[in-house]
Each structure stands twice: as C-alpha cells, then as structure tokens.
Write a new protein. Structure first.
Length: 198
C-alpha cells in the first residue's frame, strides 16, 4: 500500500490519534485532492481533529482554504482550534485575513495564544489598520507575552506617527518591550534627522 492509501486508511480509522496521523500525512504528501480530503474533518466533533485539520489545511497551499480557516477562527467554540486556524492563515496574505486578524484583536479575550498569533502575523500587512491594531495590543493588552509580540511586529512597521505610541510603551513593566520602544524611537529620530539634513 502506498503512502497515500495508508493515509486514507488512517482517516477511516475510528481512533482519533490515528486519524490525526492520517491528516498530517495528507498535509505532507499534498495530493491534488488534499483540500477535498481534509475539509470534512474541520467539522469533526473532536476539537483535536479539527485543530489538526486546520493546521494541515494551511500546509497544502490551496487558496480555497482561506474562507474555511477564517470561519473556524471566528466561530469555533474551542480556543485551541481557533488558534490553529489563525496560525494556518499565516501561509496566506489577503485583505480578508487582515480583517480577521484585526477582529481578533477586538474580540473578548479568553486565552493568550490567539492574540500572540495575531500580533505576530500583523507585521506582514503594511497597512494603517495593522499599525493601529498592534498599537492597541502593545499599549492595552494585559498579557506581557502578547505585548512582546506586538512590540516586535510594530517595530517592523515603524513609522513617524508611532513616536507617541513608543513613548507610552517606555512605561511598560517589561524590559524587552522598553528596549524595542527605545530602539524604535532612536530609529524614528535618526530618520527625521536624515530628512532634515537632506
């Protein structure tokens, strides 16, 4: 039996761990019909299987996955599944994903991981709405491990209008956030000096 047949057999197995192994195999093999094979598992009753399906849907590089991953990120009742769907979206870049990421920033907070994933991914969108969302996470999120990710991403999108944001971030309790804020402020001041000199 070849690897694909083995994977398909694993997906028919009632044991969830074996099904997850089958999903991972499909994600690795990436047969032409990988999208159609994985899709039904997004609505499985087992959150572990839904998570694994979401992860592998991100791996197969099929743009049809985007709408399903966004739906999962928005609506799945399990934070683990939502996190996996958000993480899988990192393999794509679309305006719809940006909207999904920004909506996540404003969502009622339940756990750290989705906000960390969003803070990390927003750096890929050089857009004012990304900058605003990251500024909000940097200055207002109570979780330091989210603020660290927000600081790193905002630094990559650094622009003159952020001077005030970075100055407020100097009051953060975390030394790493303060370090990034100082670096960003220096960068902006150097840019201004270069412009004035030019």
């Amino acid at each position: 039996m070849d690897e694909l047949q083995t994977a398909l057999a694993q997906l028919r197995n009632p044991n969830p761990d074996i099904q997850e192994a089958g999903l991972d195999k499909i994600g690795n093999l990436q047969p032409d019909n990988a999208f159609e094979i994985i899709l039904p598992f997004l609505s499985d009753s087992n959150p572990e299987i839904r998570s694994t399906a979401a992860c592998n849907l991100g791996e197969i590089d099929d743009s049809r996955s985007i709408a399903y991953l966004i739906d999962l990120a928005k609506n799945d009742p399990e934070e683990k599944v939502r996190s996996e769907a958000l993480s899988a979206l990192d393999n794509f870049r679309t305006p719809e994903i940006l909207i999904c990421l920004i909506n996540e920033v404003h969502r009622v907070k339940k756990s750290r991981r989705p906000r960390q994933i969003v803070a990390q991914q927003l750096q890929h969108y050089d857009d004012e709405s990304s900058v605003d969302a990251l500024s909000l996470l940097l200055l207002e999120d109570e979780d330091v491990y989210v603020r660290i990710f927000a600081a790193d991403s905002l630094w990559k999108l650094n622009r003159s209008r952020l001077l005030n944001v970075w100055q407020k971030a100097l009051d953060d309790e975390n030394t790493y956030v303060i370090e990034v804020a100082n670096k960003a402020i220096r960068n902006l001041k150097n840019s201004e000096e270069l412009l004035e000199a030019g």
